[in-house]
Write a protein that binds this ligand. Structure first.
Ligand code: PLP
Length: 354
């Protein structure tokens, strides 16, 4: 399929790079592609960024048939633009599609579409330290119909947003609230997919945690409320003495690409990493015995987010004196070093766009 390009006649002014924040600005163009039953995915095109007309009966608005991804393009220290493991994001989007009865797309073609769009808006990739161009691919049901069935018409869209350094003042540990009332997902549900419904399910807990001064919630398993799952938009790791543990993937949490990359890096450094069930009680005991050395979240937006405090009921667990630990720091430096082309990329994770 050939991607047609219609360029904007009214390019926007670029935002101030020192004050981008996250998800506030969007570039001049977007990618769109339609799905129609009988025709398959068709009409891939890059068009000026702007509103998309939807029928009021569009099924995404009623039944939440929607999936998305989050990835970034980085302006390297060598002036080259890089993507980080884009094929893994597209494979995961198709995995989400499979769960939500959305027709699969050609992953190599989608990577090519993203590259073409990023190249088109390359002058939007911010260059200041720690900044990047966030890429949001998403698919939603547009068929106008009231009544539940998998939609026969959908749109695949990609939009781009220049984003600031996640930690403008350096890598600051976050405070996380352990959620013991609400649940996000259960085995057999959609927890392993990136679909809007999972985030809608989490809003209430997040709002309550934020009102108490916590930045995000840590979810426990939805059945026993006993095992650690993940944070709002991050996977989690715990350093117990000289072993790193992270919750095993069992269908209710996301298979993070940053998580995968952390596991590979730790293993390459000879650090023991175990993917297994991690009970909250085990963490509390380890913390009390002084064996919980570090905790951190992993995700595309923040890369590595050290956890300085975990709030469980009325017990605050202070981790590593509320400071960033050495392993969290090393992972952050290594991953961002690879992403911005400062360090060698022995795993072949980056894809230079030229
Ligand atoms: C996106 C996301 C992650 C992190 O995945 P990455 O591929 O590392 O960005 C983890 N958990 C949830 C719920 C997410 O939405």
């Amino acid at each position: 399929m050939k991607i047609t390009i219609e360029r904007t006649k009214t390019p926007k002014a670029k935002p101030d790079q020192s004050n981008l924040g996250f998800g506030n600005y969007f570039t001049d163009h977007m990618f769109l592609m339609n799905y129609d039953e009988g025709k398959g995915w068709n009409n891939p095109r890059i068009v000026p960024y702007g509103p998309i007309a939807l029928d009021p009966a569009a099924m995404c608005l009623h039944y939440g048939q929607e999936v998305f991804e989050g990835m970034k393009a980085y302006h390297g220290v060598d002036g080259k633009c890089r993507l980080f493991r884009p094929e893994a994001n597209m494979a995961r989007l198709n995995l989400s599609n499979e769960r939500l009865c959305i027709p699969k797309f050609d992953e190599a073609f989608a990577v090519q579409a993203i590259e073409t769009l990023v190249k088109e808006d390359a002058d939007w990739i911010p260059t200041e330290d720690g900044t990047s161009l966030y890429i949001r691919p998403y698919i939603f049901a547009t068929e106008p119909h009231v009544g539940v069935h998998p939609a026969k018409q959908l749109i695949f869209a990609v939009i781009l947003s220049p984003v600031g350094a996640y930690y403008p003042e350096g890598l600051n540990p976050v405070k996380i609230y352990v959620e013991q009332n609400y649940v996000r997902a259960v085995k057999g549900g959609m927890g392993y997919t990136k679909t809007g419904g999972n985030y809608a399910a989490g809003l209430k807990a997040q709002e309550e945690a934020q009102a108490q001064g916590y930045s995000q919630v840590l979810w426990l398993d939805g059945v026993e409320r006993k095992y650690i799952e993940e944070v709002g938009t991050m996977n989690v790791f715990f350093v117990l003495e000289d072993e790193v543990v992270t919750p095993v993937l069992q269908g209710s949490i996301l298979d993070g690409i940053t998580r995968k990359s952390c596991v590979a890096l730790l293993q390459s450094w000879g650090v023991k990493v175990t993917e297994r069930l991690v009970a909250l009680e085990e963490l509390i005991e380890a913390a009390q015995a002084g064996r919980l050395k570090e905790a951190f979240g992993s995700g595309t937006a923040a890369v590595i987010s050290p956890i300085g405090e975990l709030r469980c009921g009325d017990k605050p667990l202070i981790i590593n004196g509320g400071e960033i630990g050495p392993l969290s720091r090393r992972l952050y430096d290594e991953l961002t070093g690879i992403q911005w082309g400062k360090l060698a990329d022995p795993f072949g994770w980056t894809k230079v766009i030229d």
